[in-house]
Design a protein around this ligand. Structure first.
Ligand code: ATP
Length: 191
């Protein structure tokens, strides 16, 4: 039986933006997976993250952003795992919970460059396929078998830009879906 190829795209998504969505679309458009799950990272009790919005607020914005996209899912799976949530643990728990799916990790080239420092990096590499997308470079670094380069052009937008724009009273139209913009306004986020 062919397992359903499911890409895990982790982030704090504070907030999710069109850059994240366009990258996820590119993954599906190229046939690398049939679904992309936006894995919202929970608060890490060992890190000073007081400025990070509440995880349920971030999750709600992802939910709004993926509405109408059958191939995208907002995922709170890590909220119920022990913290800090290490990627290898998340992947193993996902496998147990969803045996009919094959999970693939999506990471930026910046993260890939320090991948050997990740907790149990060797095991991740051995057991899971990884897709690497460009960050600050369009050149593919040398990649071992099982790791694929996604030559996607990234949109020039980040969550930091959006938070700063809101704080300055500037428009964030075109940076986030309209439903997310409305949610940010209605809930007075990032002011
Ligand atoms: P911040 O500005 O708060 O650091 P961010 O915009 O980088 O946030 P994250 O929630 O940290 O957003 O993003 C999750 C992942 O999305 C990151 O690993 C990052 O590499 C990637 N990402 C960030 N910006 C873009 C973009 N414009 N296009 C595609 N992917 C992006």
């Amino acid at each position: 039986m062919n397992k359903k190829r499911t890409v895990i795209f982790g982030g704090s998504f504070d907030p999710i933006h069109v850059g994240h969505l366009s990258l996820a679309s590119e993954v599906c458009r190229r046939g690398l997976a049939s679904e992309v799950w936006f894995m919202v990272s929970p608060h890490n009790p060992h890190k000073e993250q007081s400025r990070l919005s509440d995880e349920n607020v971030r999750l709600e914005m992802v939910r709004l952003a993926v509405e109408g996209h059958e191939e995208f899912k907002a995922c709170d799976f890590e909220f119920s795992l022990p913290r800090p949530s290490y990627t290898i643990n998340t992947l193993r728990e996902l496998e147990k919970r969803y045996p009919k799916r094959e999970f693939i990790l999506l990471v930026g080239a910046d993260n890939w460059n320090v991948f050997d420092k990740w907790y149990r990096a060797g095991e991740i590499l051995e057991r899971y396929e990884i897709i690497v997308y460009p960050r600050d470079t369009s050149e593919a670094p040398p990649l071992p078998p099982g790791v694929t380069w996604l030559p996607a052009g990234l949109l020039d937008v980040s969550s930091t830009m959006i938070r700063n724009a809101v704080a300055c009273g500037d428009s964030i139209k075109n940076m986030v879906p309209a439903t997310v913009e409305q949610y940010i306004n209605n809930n007075n986020l990032y002011r």
